[in-house]
Design a protein around this ligand. Structure first.
Ligand code: 4AD
Ligand code: MG
Length: 431
């Protein structure tokens, strides 16, 4: 009977079959320990030369790292370790021998590993991160539905910019001239809320930004959420609820992954206990000056500033109400101070950096048009967007969360390239 390693505890004392790959092998010549993985987990299988046929022993000897195999045996509990199981091999088949697998279980340099990303994904560490990513995505979908958001995906080919015109990837588009790869689906879901009230999209977005940091990809996954009749404070409440739901789900389901990554879950548990801190942009700048930063009022926060602001915090920090001069055209002006907008960036703890950007949107037709003109954006291209302010305009807000930023924080990966199966960076397009 073929079973999955994740279900092994139900089969103690029984003979079962596993199908997978060899992760690691130790052999004394008389007894062989084969660590097998099948995608759902890892298990030690054991063959004693005297107890198996000559053919089986030879096949086991021939089995190299990452060879595919089918192994049958009796499930037993590990003599010393809790919740660990082993398989005493009775039958064995080498499906395909992997000759000279390039990645050994020792340390390799990042460029070598990135060149071999198609194989590197099989390592325990990458397996753990892939699974955390899946859990993050599942938590996002679940939480948004509990908050009455429905999924309405946005296009990738777009005629105009969402987040500034300097970071667009152009694509030749038949007789229609140039299209751009989407930077965020926000503008489209702003249209969809007038149909369904609250909605979100979830997909790849693109930024032609020459940022070579540990937090920037040129292609990354974003979930944009948007809600009609959602004001600034409600927007922040939803964001905090989302981040907590993601963390809760990972804490519940990723114990093994955290162990593999040596990620201490305690700081994540603490995040669930308190409300997130809120600073206005102005207060954040004052606080940064106290902490020794030389940031000027009106500048964007750098990595170091984000680190300083969160270093003594148990919870992520919202920075709200930024100067309108450094934020996109669609953000709503703060009625109490026309130089500021009703927006927020959410900064993670543990050097996670910015994980969410959100705002209330300008819902007044004239003010929005004024902003489009100020930014010298092509007015004609945004006519469909300004239409939304002509036909039943309502106050509304939304935000976007970067999936890889979230995965990076939760898994404590040093570099964001590990947080997406096939990273696209300024200097990396392969494999
Ligand atoms: O702050 P951003 O640029 O916001 C928007 O695009 C809005 N239109 C979202 C909205 O309101 N619907 O991007 C949102 C998030 C950031 O907070 C960050 O987590 C992530 O996307 N992000 C990146 N992740 C990886 N690589 C990059 N180059 C990223 N740029 C932004
Ligand atoms: Mg941002």
């Amino acid at each position: 009977m073929h079973i999955l390693i994740k279900n092994i505890s139900h089969y103690v004392g029984q003979e079962i079959t596993l199908k997978g790959w060899l992760y690691n092998k130790r052999s004394s010549g008389k007894i062989a320990f084969l660590e097998v993985r099948d995608g759902t987990g890892f298990i030690q299988t054991v063959a004693v030369k005297d107890n198996v046929s000559e053919q089986i022993w030879q096949d086991i000897e021939k089995t190299t790292q990452e060879s595919s195999l089918e192994v049958t045996g009796i499930v037993s509990k590990h003599p010393k370790k809790e919740n660990v199981y082993e398989l005493q091999i009775t039958s064995y088949e080498l499906l395909q021998q992997a000759v000279d697998y390039p990645i050994a279980l020792k340390d390799h340099g990042p460029e070598f590993l990135m060149d071999n990303r198609h194989l590197w994904l099989r390592s325990k560490r990458q397996w753990a991160i892939l699974r955390i990513r899946d859990m993050v995505e599942m938590a996002i979908n679940e939480y948004l539905h509990t908050e009455n958001f429905i999924r309405t995906d946005s296009p990738i080919f777009t005629p105009n910019a969402c987040e500034g015109t300097t970071t667009l990837f152009p694509v030749p588009y038949f007789d229609l001239g140039e299209a751009y790869l989407s930077q965020s689906g926000q503008l489209y879901i702003e249209a969809a809320i007038a149909s369904v009230g609250r909605c979100y999209d979830f997909g790849p977005v693109f930024r032609a930004e020459k940022s070579m940091t540990k937090r920037h990809l040129t292609e990354f996954w974003m979930m944009d959420a948007e809600g009609a009749f959602v004001g600034h404070d409600e927007n922040l409440r939803i964001q905090e609820g989302l981040v907590k739901a993601i963390i809760k789900k990972c804490l519940e389901n990723c114990t093994q992954e955290f162990e593999i990554l040596e990620r201490n879950p305690e700081p994540l548990k603490k995040v669930l206990e308190k409300s997130f801190t809120r600073y206005t942009y102005e207060d954040a700048i004052k606080k940064l000056h106290e902490l020794g930063s030389d940031i000027q009022y009106g500048e964007d926060l750098g990595n170091d500033d984000e680190g300083l602001l969160t270093k003594d915090s148990d919870v992520p920090v919202f920075i709200e109400k930024w100067p309108k001069s450094i934020k996109p055209f669609y953000m709503k002006i703060d009625a109490t101070n026309p130089d500021r907008v009703l927006n927020d960036d959410l900064i993670a703890i543990e050097n996670g950096g910015e994980i969410i950007g959100g705002s209330q949107r300008e819902d007044n037709f004239d003010l929005l048009l004024e902003r489009i003109r100020e930014e010298k954006l092509p007015e004609k291209d945004y006519e469909w967007y300004t239409d939304l302010r002509k036909y039943g305009s309502v106050p509304h807000s939304g935000f976007g969360i970067g999936v890889e930023r979230m995965v990076r924080w939760i898994s404590q990966a040093e570099h964001i390239r590990e947080c997406i199966p096939f990273p696209r960076l300024v200097n990396r397009l392969k494999p």
